[in-house]
Design a protein around this ligand. Structure first.
Ligand SMILES: *[C@@H]1O[C@H](CO)[C@@H](O)[C@H](O)[C@H]1NC(C)=O
Ligand SMILES: *[C@@H]1O[C@H](CO)[C@@H](O)[C@H](O)[C@H]1NC(C)=O
Ligand SMILES: *[C@@H]1O[C@H](CO)[C@@H](O)[C@H](O)[C@H]1NC(C)=O
Ligand SMILES: *[C@@H]1O[C@H](CO)[C@@H](O)[C@H](O)[C@H]1NC(C)=O
Ligand SMILES: *[C@@H]1O[C@H](CO)[C@@H](O)[C@H](O)[C@H]1NC(C)=O
Ligand SMILES: *[C@@H]1O[C@H](CO)[C@@H](O)[C@H](O)[C@H]1NC(C)=O
Ligand SMILES: *[C@@H]1O[C@H](CO)[C@@H](O)[C@H](O)[C@H]1NC(C)=O
Ligand SMILES: *[C@@H]1O[C@H](CO)[C@@H](O)[C@H](O)[C@H]1NC(C)=O
Ligand SMILES: *[C@@H]1O[C@H](CO)[C@@H](O)[C@H](O)[C@H]1NC(C)=O
Length: 584
């Protein structure tokens, strides 16, 4: 019985301190462990079984990593008032606890509730009189929002079409707002801060830039911010209210849902926050959380580039940098001149000015407000938003020669789940250990939740052949296409969520599928066999699946990821399907 291996993961994963573990630790146990351990770690950090976070080297703040000028460590390592025995987590006497029906908003409400405006964050006061929404012009750094109606060029209602009901949901979501990642190929807030601090000459700033004179850089790296935590909690609540009724299938079949995430800190914590929103704090026995390993060399469909060297090669899969540089030179000239006139002793480059733009979203989602936001005009924010599109288009989406291969592993899993057929061959990022075991990769269930990254969401949309998002490609680096179809802020913002809905419709004999991205119904007309003009975004499941099978059979992971192909630089290679040159 697997449930006998339930153990307190906190002791193993959080502190590498095995003495409290209730049974021997093994990979298999991690995969199947219930989340109770995590929950107690997350919510009751003073319980006796829980280790306290190891103290960090106090000299670290004197010699911070490049950029960070201000580091605060919480919690204290040896608090003097920690009396775990006096703070039990269960004292009994819970009062009456009768439950009610599962919510089913997508079936019962007259309209669909939209997600607008990030709570807790302050928009720049200089823009407070404008209707311009700065939060939705930050590319992948935007907090997710319900995309405006018809963003995806289909006038479909979010409610299931008349006579249809939802029978299953496959949710693929991104982690919540985080600090900047550790490496920046271009600009990067930490580098900018280091440049200011280590500038060869003394500098001073005035007027709008005067705040820089005593500004300190306060951001860490990689991990979820408090706002990011809330985004995932809210997403969990929202999905429960809309789709809670799907849990009835599990009760009927006496099974638990399996949700998946990766080992990376922000991924794990995003998934747990989602679960807290979806199930509430008593997670024990409600679901099983699979934590796959996200690290170089591990097959993982939700972190596929870790086994795909070409994907990380600037001459192959990651070709965006020159486009971003070119575009920044176009749209930031005026800003550069304007800002340089307000600082003496340092010559701000275009790259510096770009980093100052990045600081606006990064500070806002971490500390709630950023003075940097006020420095730029609406058009400069449109330019920034587009720079992110260039970056993702050429690195991770339709314009990258490795993106289809990177996305195909999840597509194989989706097809397996949709058809209740195990994956036939492991020749991409799929992982036989996980995928061939019905316990870790159950088929045919009514609810799936997978957590991943912005890049992978875009890889997957590319592999699914959703080329209605690629109608302007290859994206130019000298101007913003009017009415563009590819917007990272719409597809892969913080806490982005892609809902694959399965429906049963009175008017159609066979099951239908529909894809809803950040509350926008996605046209499936580009998928072979799906109807060209379906007003509700529906496609018969069998047609959708056979198109995906065709792509799976035509995608060659070994060639895309390990092949010795070369592509000319820049527009010499113009894929809009995420493919490398054909193997000859
Ligand atoms: C916004 O409008 C109000 C009222 O018209 C005005 O007092 C205020 O100065 C304006 N703020 C900005 C930043 O333009
Ligand atoms: C940012 O700083 C790091 C560490 O100093 C360096 O390795 C990296 O090349 C810098 N990146 C940019 C874009 O300047
Ligand atoms: C498959 O995933 C498991 C768990 O994440 C990992 O231990 C194993 O190494 C992976 N297999 C491969 C071939 O990467
Ligand atoms: C990992 O991926 C490689 C490349 O697709 C494949 O050859 C191998 O069989 C996979 N391993 C597992 C355990 O799935
Ligand atoms: C879930 O249960 C509903 C109602 O019984 C049923 O219509 C639906 O097909 C089930 N979904 C799955 C994936 O089994
Ligand atoms: C935007 O593009 C869509 C599809 O390409 C087209 O139908 C629509 O008319 C365009 N709108 C404008 C304002 O150009
Ligand atoms: C992919 O999309 C293109 C249109 O962009 C279409 O011609 C092709 O048939 C599609 N292929 C599949 C397998 O859906
Ligand atoms: C996996 O192998 C099958 C059968 O040989 C082949 O059709 C397919 O292209 C391969 N898929 C990948 C992703 O390499
Ligand atoms: C690629 O696209 C760009 C922009 O549309 C165009 O200028 C260029 O000629 C194209 N290159 C090739 C090789 O087709």
């Amino acid at each position: 019985m697997r449930s006998q291996h339930k153990l307190s993961l906190d002791a193993d994963l959080l502190a590498h301190n095995g003495d409290r573990a209730r049974s021997r630790f093994a990979l298999r146990h991690v995969l199947f462990a219930f989340v109770a351990g995590f929950l107690s770690a997350a919510l009751f950090p003073l319980l006796p079984s829980l280790p306290l976070v190891q103290i960090l080297d106090p000299t670290q703040s004197l010699h911070p990593r490049p950029g960070s000028t201000d580091v605060h460590h919480y919690p204290p390592s040896h608090p003097t008032n920690a009396f775990p025995d006096l703070f039990p987590s269960d004292v009994g006497y819970p009062g009456p606890t009768p439950t009610g029906a599962e919510p089913a908003l997508v079936a019962t409400a007259p309209a669909y509730p939209l997600h607008t405006g990030p709570p807790h964050l302050l928009r720049p006061q200089a823009l407070s009189n404008s209707s311009f929404d700065i939060f939705s012009h930050w590319g992948n750094l935007s907090p997710w929002f319900s995309v405006p109606p018809q963003s995806f060029r289909i006038d479909a209602s979010l409610d299931p079409p008349q006579g249809c009901r939802i029978t299953a949901l496959h949710l693929l979501h991104r982690h919540g707002a985080r600090y900047p990642t550790g490496t920046a190929a271009y600009a990067g807030p930490a580098n900018f801060s280091a440049r200011l601090r280590h500038a060869p000459h003394k500098w001073s700033a005035h007027r709008q830039l005067a705040f820089l004179n005593d500004w300190t850089y306060k951001l860490g790296e990689e991990i979820l911010t408090p706002f990011g935590r809330q985004q995932l909690f809210d997403l969990g609540v929202s999905i429960r209210i809309k789709y809670g009724f799907l849990l009835r299938n599990f009760t009927a079949s006496n099974t638990l849902p399996v949700f998946r995430t990766e080992s990376q800190d922000r991924m794990l914590l995003s998934a747990l926050n989602f679960a807290l929103g979806f199930f509430g704090p008593k997670l024990d026995g409600q679901y099983q959380q699979l934590i796959t390993i996200e690290a170089p060399g591990f097959n993982n469909t939700l972190a596929p580039s870790k086994t795909c060297p070409n994907a990380r090669d600037p001459a192959r899969g990651e070709r965006a940098l020159p486009y971003v540089r070119q575009w920044a030179k176009v749209y930031l000239q005026a800003a550069r001149a304007r800002l340089n006139s307000q600082i003496d002793g340092i010559d701000l480059t275009i790259e510096d000015v770009y980093a100052m733009q990045q600081l606006c979203p990064y500070e806002t989602v971490a500390i709630g407000y950023s003075k940097f936001c006020e420095l730029f005009t609406e058009d400069e924010w449109r330019g920034f938003d587009y720079s992110v599109d260039l970056n993702f288009w050429y690195n991770s989406a339709f314009g990258s020669p490795t993106s289809r291969a990177l996305g195909i592993g999840y597509v194989q899993e989706l097809v397996a789940r949709l058809t209740s057929t195990p994956i036939a061959a492991h020749n991409s990022s799929t992982n036989a250990t996980i995928n061939d075991d019905p316990a870790t990769f159950p088929l045919g269930l009514s609810l799936y939740v997978d957590a991943t990254h912005d890049t992978i969401i875009l890889n997957v949309l590319t592999a699914l052949n959703l080329s209605n998002f690629a109608t302007d490609g290859p994206l130019p680096s000298d101007h913003i296409p009017t009415n563009r179809s590819f917007k990272t802020s719409h597809l892969a913002p913080f806490a982005s969520n892609v809902q694959f809905q399965l429906l049963a419709c009175d008017s159609a004999p066979e099951p239908q599928i529909r894809i809803v991205i950040n509350d926008g119904v996605t046209p499936l007309s580009s998928v072979r066999g799906c109807p060209a003009d379906e007003p509700h975004g529906l496609c018969p499941l069998s047609a959708f699946v056979s198109a995906q099978r065709e792509t799976i059979s035509k995608t060659d992971w070994t060639w895309a990821c390990h092949g010795e192909w070369n592509v000319p630089t820049g527009h010499g290679w113009n894929t809009t399907t995420g493919e490398p040159p054909a193997k000859d």
